[in-house]
Every structure is written in structure tokens, then in C-alpha cells.
Write a protein that binds this ligand. Structure first.
Ligand SMILES: *Cc1c(COP(=O)(O)O)cnc(C)c1O
Length: 360
């Protein structure tokens, strides 16, 4: 199994250096003679780990001081409910910008909590293209405006931050967090499940501006309440300590390779390589407008379901794993998150060239 590259959309591949470190200290963490998963989350060493992970994450992502970083559970989907519980007034309303599967799913969940308006921000037509993002004239009547800057399934990324005037902007960054620079101060709240760009499944990061904490509805369970979580270091109950530890190792690793500027350069280079190849090929198609092509999830198809299935099977046999597109879309999808080295993209392109030649 020498040359396997894992293009899974999530849980996704982890940096090899992180897995090696975790393996090496698995049986004896910090000289304790036990693994990290066997110690108290309130013990001195684990408290040091979470403080360091907070500091490293804040440094990596340039988080302003008036934002809290919470390490929660329940995944992005948990936040689909937690956000209205914390931010939607009893008689208020929220605006959801619909750019695909995940933003639509978030809106659907929020409807259980109150009045939700939804705007489709994709242009009509075969090509997936995002319309203008100026909502400053309507946004302020809403408690918040929600959008998803990277639609993981279709491979649509929104690079400009929507203009919502003084309204509160909420972003589901599950598949784009820490992949490129963003201006956190334009957001009221950012959330992301860890299992794409940050670490293993089990941790959900919430970055929330101070003034939005403490406004939850009365009936909000304490694990979903940003204020109670903030006041208990995100440990109102036992956190997924092993997942948190692995995230902490990922943050250290990303800092060691040069932080966000370097990560962004690598991601731009990987995506460019793959899209340039797709553009030059008349065997494969990608239907996302150039301005909205995801740096993280690259979708493509041969236009023929049987040929797509053959592609996925032969790619898997060649060590290029998990290229099957999401079931709602079909085709292929290469997820090239932070942990994917450029060698993986090069190997994929080589395989695509060979497959095209053999099946043209
Ligand atoms: C994966 C994903 C989700 C779902 O995440 P869970 O942690 O499984 O709830 C939601 N939104 C986006 C953009 C995703 O990529």
C-alpha cells in the first residue's frame, strides 16, 4: 500500500506527520505511561493542551480578540440548530443564502426555530455560478444572514464575503476553514466540523463574536448554549479528548510549515493544476464557473455514468481512493484539502490522462 492518495470529502485525510506523532506517543503521552485518551480532561496536562490548541488556532487563523473559539460536538449539523437557538429572537427572522446542498440543509433545520427567508444565489443555467452578493439593502431586518462559502458536494466556492451591512453574518466553513485567508471581522459567527480541514470527526469549531454570546433562548440545552460553553472552556460535558488532541497536533503542524500564507499557496497551486488539466481536456467536464471553482472539492464527470463508474473502480485499484462523487450529484469529486500533497494531484492527473486515452 505504498502510494495511496485519499480524496475523501470527509472524514478526510490527515497530515502524515501528525499521524506518525500520534502513533509514536500513543502509549505514553507526556511521560504519563498512559495515552492521552485515558486522562482527565480537567487534569493539568490536558488543560495545557487545550490552552495551547486555542492559542495556536487563533494565531493560525488570525482571530481578533473580540471573538471566542469554542470546541464543541455535534458536527456542523448540530450548529444548524444551535445557531437559531442562540441567535434567532423568538419573533425574529433570519436570511439564508442558498448556494447548494449544505446551505439548503442548514435553512431547513433553522425553520424549526422561527421565520426563515431563503434566497437562491445561483444563476439559472447549466453552469454553477454565484450571483451578486450585495444584500446590504435588506439584511438589517434579519437577526442574521447565513451562507456556506464552500459547497462541498457541488464544488462551488464563494470567494467574496457577502455584503450584509451591519447585519450579523454567519458562515458554514466546514470544508474551507484554514484553507485560505479570510477576514474574520466580517463575520458574527463561523463554524466548521473538523473532519475536512482540521482533524478527525468529533470536534466542531465555533468562532463567535463576544456580543453574540449570552442571547440564547431560554430552552436552549446547555451543551448548545454558547455562553455556558464559553464559561466552561467548551467542557460543559466531557469533550472528545482524542479528537481534540489530534486537532491540536494539526494546528502545530500547520504552523510549522509556515501557517496560513503557505497553506493558501499550496492549495492554490494544487487546484490550479487540476482545473488547468480539466480545461485542456475534452474528455472530462467541470460545470462550475471559473470564479466559483472550489479550491477544496473539484467535481468532474465524463458525461457517462458507466464510464464514471469504471473510472472510480480503476482509480481505486491504482491507489487513488474515494473519488466517487456525492450520491446526489454523481460523477467524480476529488477533495484536495490541506493535508493532500501536490504529489496526490499529480498522480490523479496522470491517471486521468491514461484513462482518457484508453477510453476516448
Ligand atoms: C460536511 C459538511 C457538513 C456536515 O458536517 P457534519 O459535521 O457531518 O454535520 C455541513 N456543511 C458543510 C459545508 C460540509 O462540508
Amino acid at each position: 500500500m505504498a502510494n495511496v492518495f485519499n480524496f475523501s470529502a470527509g472524514p478526510a485525510m490527515m497530515p502524515k506527520a501528525v499521524l506518525e506523532q500520534a502513533q509514536q506517543e500513543l502509549l505514553n503521552w507526556q511521560g504519563q505511561g498512559t495515552s492521552v485518551m485515558e486522562v482527565s480532561h480537567r487534569g493539568k496536562l490536558f488543560m495545557e493542551l487545550i490552552a495551547q490548541s486555542q492559542a495556536d488556532f487563533r494565531k493560525l487563523y488570525n482571530i481578533p480578540e473580540n471573538y471566542q473559539v469554542l470546541f464543541l460536538q455535534g458536527g456542523a449539523r448540530g450548529q444548524f440548530a444551535a445557531i437559531p437557538m442562540n441567535l434567532l429572537r423568538e419573533n425574529g427572522k433570519a436570511l439564508y443564502l442558498n448556494s447548494g446542498h449544505w446551505s439548503a440543509t442548514a435553512a431547513k433545520e433553522a425553520r424549526s426555530f422561527g421565520e426563515i427567508d431563503e434566497i437562491n444565489i445561483l444563476e439559472a443555467g447549466d453552469e454553477l455560478k454565484v450571483k451578486s452578493l450585495d444584500f446590504s439593502d435588506i439584511a438589517e431586518q434579519y437577526d442574521y444572514v447565513h451562507y456556506c462559502p464552500n459547497e462541498t458536494i457541488s464544488g462551488v466556492e464563494i470567494f467574496d464575503v457577502p455584503n450584509v451591512g451591519n447585519a450579523v453574518l454567519v458562515g458554514d466553513l466546514s470544508s474551507t476553514i484554514l484553507s485560505r485567508k479570510i477576514d474574520i471581522s466580517k463575520f458574527g459567527l463561523i463554524y466548521a466540523g473538523a473532519q475536512k480541514n482540521l482533524g478527525p470527526a468529533g470536534i466542531t469549531i465555533v468562532i463567535v463574536r463576544d456580543d453574540l454570546i449570552g442571547k440564547a433562548r431560554k430552552a436552549t440545552p446547555s451543551i448548545w448554549n454558547y455562553e455556558t460553553q464559553k464559561n466552561s472552556d467548551s467542557m460543559i460535558n466531557t469533550p472528545p479528548t482524542f479528537a481534540w488532541y489530534l486537532c491540536a497536533l494539526v494546528f502545530k503542524h500547520l504552523l510549522s510549515i509556515g501557517g496560513l500564507p503557505e497553506i493558501e499557496q499550496r492549495n492554490l497551486a494544487k487546484a490550479k493544476l487540476l482545473y488547468d488539466y480539466l480545461d485542456g481536456s475534452d474528455f472530462y467536464q467541470n460545470n462550475v464557473a471559473k470564479a466559483n471553482r472550489s479550491l477544496m472539492n473539484v467535481t468532474f464527470t465524463t458525461g457517462n455514468d458507466e464510464l464514471n463508474a469504471k473510472f472510480v473502480a480503476e482509480a481505486t485499484a491504482a491507489g487513488l481512493q474515494a473519488l466517487k462523487g456525492h450520491k446526489v450529484l454523481g460523477g467524480m469529486r476529488a477533495s484536495i484539502y490541506n493535508a493532500m500533497p501536490i504529489e496526490g494531484v499529480q498522480a490523479l492527473i496522470q491517471f486521468m490522462q491514461k484513462f482518457a486515452k484508453e477510453n476516448a
